[in-house]
Design a protein around this ligand. Structure first.
Ligand SMILES: [Zn+2]
Length: 79
């Protein structure tokens, strides 16, 4: 399978293709002050020091069911 270069997590270098999500900018800025780049769920949570909940995600993508999501992304969105 082709790797998705632009979706590589900055911290663990894993492919985050199936973890495409949008956090509210205040949450994202806290985890990633530079704002640029991609982070997988566990690295965002490690940086924030807590688990993400659906309140951290923008409504737009929470309601978009066409996107393939990893199990843990679904789990966070269900909280
Ligand atoms: Zn990561």
């Amino acid at each position: 399978m082709k790797s998705h270069k632009d979706f590589t997590c900055m911290d663990c270098k894993k492919d985050t293709w199936n973890e495409y999500y949008m956090l509210y900018s205040r949450v994202w800025k806290k985890a990633n002050p530079k704002m640029k780049g991609k982070l997988c769920i566990s690295c965002v949570e490690a940086r924030l020091g807590r688990k993400l909940t659906k309140k951290d995600f923008t409504i737009l993508l929470v309601n978009t069911e066409k996107i393939t999501r990893s199990a843990r992304l679904k789990d966070r969105l269900a909280n």
